[in-house]
Design a protein around this ligand. Structure first.
Ligand SMILES: [Mn+2]
Length: 246
């Protein structure tokens, strides 16, 4: 009798453990979500069409920088950013927060020289992580545009996740510093991003005097344009050419 009880208890424990492992896997893959219903929590299975996980981690290490970026395109704008340049961290956080991306960044670089290598390489890796997370780009909106103000500054970004790198900048930033960040590195970042993400990126300043506002506004524009461009709105590949990755 005691042995039968032990076997039964063992079965119960195994089943509970298996259920918990399955639930944890399902939650991590977003196969289901927890929803609060009245006084209890229930697990709701999501439509398979929305289950697609669009997340990627990219690491890149050279003699100049060591960078690791994880991005989830269907996140909520949760950011965990560490770079050696405070203003750069502030800008990358805008990208995640306003782009609706979950973004984890660990960047080290030879900032004793200046911030150029770190800024450029970080942009390349963020772009690459986004391209990886997009996969074959089936069903995405592909194009994104944003014109945003920040006090007196007004900037515009137009973006095409075409698979072809082309960068046009009309920011006309002067040589100046924001904290330890050379202002001209904003252009370097956008150029690196276009290379990493293999996208067509236009960034322009329409109005503005305050450099902090102009640079931050342009990052927010990129974020909002990206948020639109990566959005899934169908199942077709938005290209008559038949590919957005070549
Ligand atoms: Mn700011």
């Amino acid at each position: 009798m005691a042995i039968q009880c032990m076997i039964a208890a063992g079965f119960v424990c195994c089943s509970v453990w298996l259920s918990l492992v399955t639930l944890r896997w399902a939650l991590s893959r977003r196969v289901c979500v927890l929803q609060r219903r009245r006084s209890s929590w229930v697990c709701v299975t999501k439509d398979w069409a929305t289950v697609m996980v669009r997340r990627a981690t990219v690491r890149r290490e050279t003699r100049e920088t060591a960078i690791e970026v994880t991005v989830d395109l269907d996140g909520t704008g949760r950011c965990d950013i560490e770079t050696p340049i405070a203003f750069l961290s502030h800008m990358v956080e805008q990208l995640g927060r306003h782009g609706g991306l979950d973004l984890t960044v660990r960047a080290r670089g030879d900032v004793e020289i200046d911030g150029h290598h770190t800024t450029e390489d970080l942009a390349i890796v963020i772009g690459r992580a986004i391209a990886d997370a997009l996969g074959d780009k089936r069903g995405i909106r592909r194009y994104g545009e944003a014109t945003l103000p920040m006090d007196e500054a007004l900037c515009q970004v137009a973006l095409d996740l075409s698979g072809r790198t082309y960068f046009v900048q009309r920011l006309s930033l002067p040589k100046a510093k924001l904290g330890t960040f050379d202002v001209e590195l904003a252009e370097v970042f956008f150029e690196g991003f276009a290379r990493g993400a293999q996208c067509n990126l236009h960034v322009r300043k329409i109005e503005g005097e305050n450099l902090h506002h102009i640079v931050e506004c342009s990052f927010k524009c990129l974020a909002r344009a990206l948020r639109d461009a990566v959005r899934v709105e169908g199942t077709e590949l938005p290209s008559t050419k038949g590919t957005l990755t070549e």
